[in-house]
Ligand binder design. Structure first.
Ligand SMILES: Nc1nc2c(c(=O)[nH]1)N[C@H]1C(S)=C(S)[C@@H](COP(=O)(O)O)O[C@H]1N2
Ligand SMILES: [Mo]
Length: 423
């Protein structure tokens, strides 16, 4: 049966005029025929002319690199002019699909640059309120049992442009890309703590990095015992220097700053050390005048990566909405999508398995009718946390907020198909 594309779009089962389909009809043929052109056009252009069909290809390489055509898929750096090693680089979330952040695109946050550590000379020392202070070199650590886990790391300052009075017009990765997700492999901390024999009087662990600033953070002992690890591998290979080589702390679901990189010291203590990054930074004043401190868990959050700011819908018809959701409290249980600014919502399909404290990809086909639309996504985690609307977050936290911005993100589509950030 011959059927034109437009006719097939007419078959699209639409929920309440929104252009979003009913869930069980996602994979119907009419929703899939969205982008292909007729093969007759391609054949008429004589694909046999393509140069790579006629010359031998490149030789082998010792370490593969992305295609030169993908050179613009890159981290975007925002560093302090006075201190080049202090700043961030953002993961280009809008350029990626699935849930794994490639190592070369994992976001970076350094307070004092990337130390070039010789693994032979690096030691991890566990001391303080322990029976037997211990020092581990790389070789000894590699002999311990390891565990692998897909986990996101998100900086507490991610998305902080959301507190601005006006929506910031930048690609999604340049605003929200201080979050990445990787498979981390390393030694569970409980094993190393047991080896040193933790004293009953200890309740905190002070973790210190081997960067020139010797960044240090205090973490409750219970969390360290529960699920933290000293990671040695990132997506199957040894850690990248910028992500903590040769070893870093992984604190699942908790604020990025606690994931101390270039880890060199763990001191068991009976109170937090009150370092710079847990007093003057990574704390914030609330409307009540009281400061929030030790705000460890990263909140339930989601955003649509495609379509998103700076992109354009080339024509009306079916588009695939795709995005990411994550929560420091556990698994993502549900993501809803709205194309009318939050008046009506429909459930997106979650890519399975949805792992705890890990990126979860959601997808949803949408038939755009060519008129202005306002796209939003709203995540709910297994503990029941629902991502708040921006007005609700502002009402709760005040306008002086800076950290832990997890409000719903809205993208406006105009009648030319141009996508921009909106509140
Ligand atoms: N030693 C050390 N650890 C550190 C930092 C640092 O500057 N020095 N930055 C922290 C912050 S604020 C964040 S958000 C994460 C970022 O990890 P990444 O650079 O691997 O993405 O590392 C944390 N660990
Ligand atoms: Mo951070």
């Amino acid at each position: 049966m011959k059927r034109s594309r437009d006719e097939s779009l007419e078959q699209f089962p639409v929920a309440a005029g929104s252009g979003l389909p009913e869930r069980r009809r996602f994979l119907r043929r009419g929703l899939i025929l969205a982008g292909a052109t007729s093969a007759a056009d391609t054949l008429a252009q004589n694909p046999g002319d393509l140069p790579w069909l006629h010359v031998p290809g490149q030789p082998f390489s010792t370490y593969g690199q992305p295609s030169p055509y993908e050179r613009y898929t890159a981290r975007r750096i925002s560093s302090n002019r006075a201190v080049a090693g202090n700043g961030v680089s953002f993961t280009p979330l809008e350029e990626l699909e699935g849930t794994v952040t490639p190592n070369g695109l994992h976001f970076e946050r350094h307070h004092n640059g990337v130390p070039q550590i010789d693994p032979e000379r690096h030691r991890l020392t566990v001391h303080g309120r322990v029976r037997q202070p211990l020092s581990f070199d790389m070789k000894s650590l590699l002999r311990y049992p390891m565990r692998s886990q897909m986990l996101f790391i998100e900086c507490g300052g991610n998305s902080n442009a959301g507190w601005h009075a006006e929506p910031i017009q930048r690609p999604v990765g340049s605003v929200h890309g201080l979050v990445s997700c990787a498979e981390w492999t390393g030694v569970p901390l409980s094993i190393l703590l047991d080896e040193a024999g933790v004293d009953d009087s200890a309740s905190w662990v002070i973790a210190e990095g081997a960067d020139a600033g010797a960044m240090n953070m205090s973490i409750p002992l219970a969390k360290m015992r529960d699920d933290c690890m000293v990671a040695l591998y990132q997506n199957g290979e040894r850690l990248r220097p910028e992500n903590g080589y040769p070893m870093r702390l992984i604190v699942p679901g908790w604020e990025g700053v606690l994931h101390v990189k270039w880890l060199q010291r763990l001191e068991l203590a009976d109170q937090p050390v009150m370092s710079r990054n847990e007093t003057s930074k990574y704390t914030e004043l609330q409307p009540s005048g009281k400061a929030r401190q030790f705000t460890f868990t990263m909140d339930c959050k989601s955003l649509i990566t495609s379509p998103s700011h700076g992109q354009a819908l080339s024509r009306s018809g079916v588009h695939q909405v795709s995005g990411l959701a994550w929560s420091g409290h556990g698994r993502i249980a549900r993501v809803e999508v709205s194309v009318d600014g939050g008046m009506t919502w429909a459930d997106a399909v979650l890519q399975s398995p949805a792992q705890p404290r890990c990126f979860t990809r959601f997808r949803m086909p949408w038939r755009w009718d060519g008129r202005p639309a306002l796209l939003k996504s709203r995540a709910t985690d297994e503990a029941g946390h629902v991502q708040p609307e921006r007005v609700a977050l502002l009402a709760e936290r005040g306008r002086a907020g800076y950290f832990h911005y997890n409000a719903i993100v809205a993208w406006a589509v105009d009648d030319d198909g141009l996508v921009s950030h909106s509140y």
